[in-house]
Design a protein around this ligand. Structure first.
Ligand code: NDP
Length: 311
């Protein structure tokens, strides 16, 4: 069976950075790109908050550059995804989608997280044309415009507050009669005059001939007082949570209440010795490409030190 010193799972900024660092350190590593090579950034448009690109850079291009940089330093980047992995003993054994297996002394999990969507057909129809799941990434394109944020948790409040600095008006579409967010976050939102919270409200569709121009909403859905109405908006932001991509780990690594991998303070070490986590899969708080790249670097250095200690 093939064996590697370091198996890197995932191909976002964390995975590619880990591949660059492990390869340059002389550690034989293999990176599997997964179902969505390049990760979440390949679905965004221009990225203006990744340092080093004064005029911004297209998300797909940025990820292609990272991949190319990894390949140029000699990284072994492969298509395919890891279906499952046995972490009960070292070397770990991973099953690849094609049916083959690979042994690994260390693993860097960099599989990211996927934003949750409502499941409306219109979300797909207007993807990249007014529908976004990242206010920090795309908010800038809605300066002085009207947007809606779906959700009532900390993320929704944070995104609404962020957008309220850029946009003329921000609706929050909240399905319950209260926010789930912490009191501090709620206060943050309540202080903004241009945020209007629509409680007890669900989104049932979007409309617009030229990208999103509005949303079809229902107040008190499924009750006698059900009321349908539309709002005019230019942007529709989902903030109903993220799902870290950890299924292939089969519950062998400790995760928090929201499914994010728990890492030791100040390190990328997980609950399993020799397994490290980088990027959004272990980051419920920042979820930024530059932060993911940073933890990819740290995971590679942690794996390198771990391997050195084993000798
Ligand atoms: P949460 O799960 O906390 O909140 C999700 C929100 O989306 C809830 O209001 C929920 O409604 C709503 N929602 C879920 N599904 C739907 C749906 N299908 N239709 C409409 N609304 C829906 O996720 P967050 O991303 O906000 O937070 C995740 C974790 O990260 C939390 O622990 C949070 O505290 C933390 N966090 C901390 C921050 C900070 O400290 N600065 C910033 C951001 C996040 P309902 O309430 O009805 O279930």
């Amino acid at each position: 069976m093939e064996k590697t010193k370091c198996l890197i799972v995932g191909s976002g900024p964390a995975g590619y950075t880990a591949a660059i660092y492990t390869t340059r350190a002389g550690i034989g590593s293999v990176l599997f790109e997964g179902m969505q090579p390049g990760g979440q950034l390949t679905t965004t448009t221009t990225i203006e908050n990744f340092p080093g690109f004064p005029d911004g850079i297209d998300g797909f291009q940025l990820m292609d550059n990272m991949r190319q940089q990894a390949v140029n330093v000699g990284a072994d980047v492969r298509s395919g995804f890891i279906k499952s992995i046995d972490l009960s003993k070292r070397p770990f054994v991973a099953k690849i989608d094609g049916g083959t297996e690979i042994e690994a002394d260390t693993v860097i999990v960099a599989t990211g997280a996927s934003a949750k969507y409502l499941g409306l057909d219109d979300e797909k129809k207007y993807a990249g044309q007014g529908v976004s799941a990242c206010a920090t990434c795309d908010g800038f394109f809605y300066r002085k415009k009207v947007v809606a944020v779906v959700g009532g948790g900390d993320t929704a409040c944070e995104e609404a507050a962020y957008l309220s600095n850029l946009c003329s008006k921000v609706y929050m579409i909240v399905r319950k009669d209260h926010l789930r967010a912490s009191a501090a976050m709620q206060q943050h939102v309540n202080e903004r005059e241009n945020i209007e919270i629509l409680y007890n409200t669900n989104t049932v569709g979007l409309f617009g001939d030229n990208g999103v121009e509005g949303a079809h909403l229902v107040r008190h859905l499924g009750t006698e007082s059900e009321e349908r109405f539309d709002i005019a908006i230019d942007g529709f932001f989902l903030a109903i949570g993220h799902r870290p991509n950890t299924e292939f780990l089969g519950g062998q690594v400790v995760v928090d209440d929201n499914g994010y991998i728990v890492t030791a303070t100040g390190s990328t070490a997980t609950s399993v010795e020799g397994v490290f986590a980088a990027g959004d899969v272990a980051d419920p708080r920042y979820r930024q490409a530059i932060a993911a790249a940073g933890t990819g670097c740290r995971a590679a250095l942690d794996a390198e030190r771990f391997l050195a200690e084993q000798k």
